[in-house]
Design a protein around this ligand. Structure first.
Ligand code: ZN
Length: 260
């Protein structure tokens, strides 16, 4: 298990033979193949910095880490603007096609998740930069350089990239699809939350399914890799129903629903 923050024990952590950079800087297979390709573009940038620093002394790292992290930051952001953006846009255009919407003048893809992705990557680079500086200085002050191991720091950064990029890609696609739904069905359309209903279905999802139909803005996003769907329903409810929904008075809304 990867620790969330660096502690002193980690300064003495030797190289682990099982830590193969080839597997550490790779995308988890629970992502779709095209999502993995986007992730790999980000992870490659990180791996380049890891390999570069492996050939440097702690003193050289202290002197150069700011510049190395600054160029990493720039390239990560460029990759959000190119690879991640294109990935969401391709999916969005596929959904537009499914509904025979000719172009994007009518409805826009979601970009808020790309902003969140940048915020998370920004935090990741800042943390990595800070940790590497502290660790390098500690080695300069206390120890020889031969057990100097930055892999725990980079493993943490890999995990953050997988979460930040992977999850926001998935949510960006889902929110883009919802933008299309809102355009096609109108913002007052109600949807039921549908679970697969098997052993793996969690309590949170079952709870969502137990709630009365809600508008798209009132529906939370599923877990990344979640299997739940939202199903537009054909009939419309009274104004009172919408008032109860907006107030979060779901029991009353269910009562109203049962009267139809
Ligand atoms: Zn669930």
């Amino acid at each position: 298990m990867v620790k969330q923050i660096q502690d002193v024990d980690e300064f003495y952590e030797p190289y682990d033979d099982e830590d193969d950079p080839l597997t550490i800087f790779s995308a988890p297979t629970y992502f779709e193949t095209d999502e993995q390709l986007v992730l790999i573009a980000f992870l490659m940038l990180l791996e380049q910095r890891y390999r570069l620093m492996q050939s440097m002394t702690p003193q050289e790292i202290v002197d150069e880490v700011e510049d190395i992290m600054s160029s990493l930051h720039t390239e990560l952001f460029e990759t959000v603007d190119s690879k991640a953006t294109n990935h969401i846009r391709n999916y969005f255009e596929k959904i537009l096609d499914e509904f025979s919407i000719p172009n994007t003048n009518y409805v826009a893809m979601d970009t808020s998740m790309l902003d969140l992705m940048k915020d998370s990557l920004d935090n990741m680079v800042n943390q990595l930069n800070g940790e590497i500086k502290v660790k390098s200085k500690f080695f300069i002050d206390n120890m020889s350089k031969d057990t100097f191991n930055l892999l725990p720091n980079f493993k943490r950064a890999v995990q953050k990239i997988v979460d930040a990029v992977g999850n926001n890609l998935i949510h960006g696609k889902e929110k883009s699809k919802r933008n299309v739904y809102k355009f096609v069905y109108g913002k007052d359309k109600l949807y039921r939350w549908l679970c697969v209903n098997d052993m793996k279905t969690c309590d949170w999802c079952l709870y969502q399914q137990s709630l009365p139909p809600r508008t798209i803005d009132e529906l939370p996003l599923d877990h990344p890799h979640g299997r739940c769907t939202i199903d537009p329903i054909d009939y419309t409810y009274s104004d009172e129903y919408y008032v109860m929904l907006a107030r979060g008075e779901y029991a009353t809304a269910i009562q109203l629903e049962s009267e139809y």
